[in-house]
Write a new protein. Sequence first.
Length: 276
Amino acid sequence: MEQSSKNPIQVIAVTGGKGGVGKTNVSVNLGVAMSKLGRRVTLLDADLGLANVDVLLGLKPQKTLKDVLDGSCRLGEVLLEGPGGMNIVPAASGLQEMVKLGPREHAGLIGAFSDIAHRMDVLIIDTAAGISDEVVSFLCAAQEILVVACNEPTSITDSYALIKVLSQRYGVQRVRVVANMVRSDEDANAVYDKLQNVAERFLDVTLLHAGAISYDDHLRRAVQKQRSVVELYPTSRISGDFMRLAAQVDGWPIPASATGHLEFFVEQLVRDVRSS
Ligand SMILES: Nc1ncnc2c1ncn2[C@@H]1O[C@H](COP(=O)(O)OP(=O)(O)OP(=O)(O)O)[C@@H](O)[C@H]1O
Ligand SMILES: [Mg+2]
């Protein structure tokens, strides 16, 4: 097996409970924005749904994680180059198998990630909507859980349900909340305050405010062109929001312990699923 990499890598899983709240767009544009700050970003698409990362960015994956697990290629060969030089591990059917692996394959997967660890500072994981075991596995394995929520009742309710499961069933102690599609500061604060109110009263979990992303039509236009908004419309309001989010994320402390290592992420990923 390859020599393990020991550089601490920031592992951030992006979630939201509800579909269509902007998880994929936040993952992609946070990634591009962090690349602009000089961080080496890998984006792992953990959503097999329709509007996934490769579709959003007009990429055509040739090889997938499935090929890596079959032993027919290395993870480095699966990576696609995304905007800003970001690396993308595209969604693949192999992903579902990834969380049901036997011990030998675990070692293979850890080795596969170790193989590309030296090329990254940040791993962003775009997860599917909902609270499936698979989604929860990715969330619990990451150091940071970034919940994307909008100021609408269903998004707040679904985010709360997700945070509750993470807290009560999986012992997650801290999540960060980013408000998306906000039309005002009040809108942004309302998202955080509503979640904070219920979480504080009923759950033993710390919610941290990670800022807000404006509602901006530039994003829709970028989506139509299969480009990231940060790259296509760098001076738009929403791109400024993503740059601010990226600067904030860049300042989050990375634990010096094993949790800062990519191997730990993969080990946790596998362990959590098997024990759930
Ligand atoms: N800040 C925003 N401003 C304007 N439109 C937005 C914004 N964020 C998201 N959208 C719109 O919402 C759509 C869905 O976003 P996205 O695909 O990122 O959501 P998702 O949470 O990943 O969805 P899914 O649950 O299907 O994976 C986008 O295509 C875009 O049209
Ligand atoms: Mg998505």
